[in-house]
Design a protein around this ligand. Sequence first.
Ligand code: ZN
Length: 473
Amino acid sequence: MDATARVWTLVDEKRSLFEALSDRVWETPELAYGEYRSCLEHRKMLDAQGFRITEEAAGIPTALVGEAGAGGPVIAFLGEYDALPGLSQAAGVAEPRPLPGDGYGHGCGHNMLGSAALLAATAMKDYLESQGVPGRVRYYGCPAEEGGAAKTFMVRAGLFDDVDIAISWHPASFTRVDEALSLANTRLDFHFEGRAAHAAAAPHLGRSALDAVELMNVGVNYMREHMPSSARIHYAMLDAGGIAPNVVQASAKVRYAIRARDLAGMRALIERVEKIAQGAALMTETRVASKVVSAVSNLLGNTPLERAMQHCLERLGGVPFDEEDYDFAAQIQATLTATDIDNDHARVGLAPWPRALHDGVVALDARGEPMIGSTDLGDVSWAVPTVQARIATHAIGTPGHSWQITAQGQAGAAHKGLVHAAKAMVATGLAALLDPSLIEAAKEDHAARLARTPYASPLPAELKPPIQPRPAE
Ligand SMILES: [Zn+2]
């Protein structure tokens, strides 16, 4: 048995523990920076598996790091465990059925994400111990991926400074190496202040902050024609100034998300949006202040690591789903439109797959029409050579951040997918551990990319993570 086969056996020996961990985290969905129970589940597992644990990593109560081994290179596996609002859903049913409670749900599959990364780290730890090989493995429990940019704060705190390579994954509808395309993204709030007045008796004395927000949004909407087509801008009204139409709104707040292909492009767009906000304030005789809430960088690829991971995926093959998995996925697909399903195939550049679950491996050079989001893994990829897998865990066509993802989060396909992800990750990490030339090549590739564009954290120096209080027991 070679080293890869051995480490896959180690994954299989413990798979049921980690399927159960994923299910427990699914049962207790928590939002960004409030993942106290989910983090505790990961802490207990790290403890049970014999890792050395650092709690409150980067000063964040729901972030932690587990380490094992000694000497040699440092291989990091990154997990997440935050959920989303409005995506509560019963497991295993193919119709919208929210559960009673706060409405939170694992609509992005991070219950699987964290568990599989911790399984990969555990298998590597077990391998290092059984073989007496030098090397350190780390599990990073990363909170608040959804809009909280926790990894960007963790990078800023220097948590990755001595890491040689970082490996992660994301649940998906197709199995492949991640294309390393994501948008740099800054969220910032614009707070306008005017002057209240009786809207009928003294309108000339009032200055409306709500008018300013509306004019700002109109201005930004006109700007869209004149910005790069890959950039994205969205806004949400956080405070419209009250519900009384007969009072001139003295205060109003709008949150913007400004995304671009890289940090330079994002900074240029932020400057233009700031000018529009100033213009709206000038027009309405109000004052405006802006404040960055979170920021992440675009993902940086790493060709040697992507090739190494593809090699592991091809040896591993597709996820071994069974008939029950295909049946449930087909029921989920019945809730989707043909366009949902076609779009998903187009994104990875594949002809329609014959079954409801992707049980193959997408070629490394397949090029589709990706629709690109943002992730705080971006900042890790600027700090250290990083690679990410996408592993099939749900029906082809399943939209991101949907009740359908929550519904599939405890299914057989989710369990098989997360075990597969652990195998893909640990095999890639092992390839680096056993072949120092791979780490060297990954670092050279990384250095060459940074030489073209040096990294500067997109976070303002004074910005701290918006930590949520620990819930009462
Ligand atoms: Zn996600």
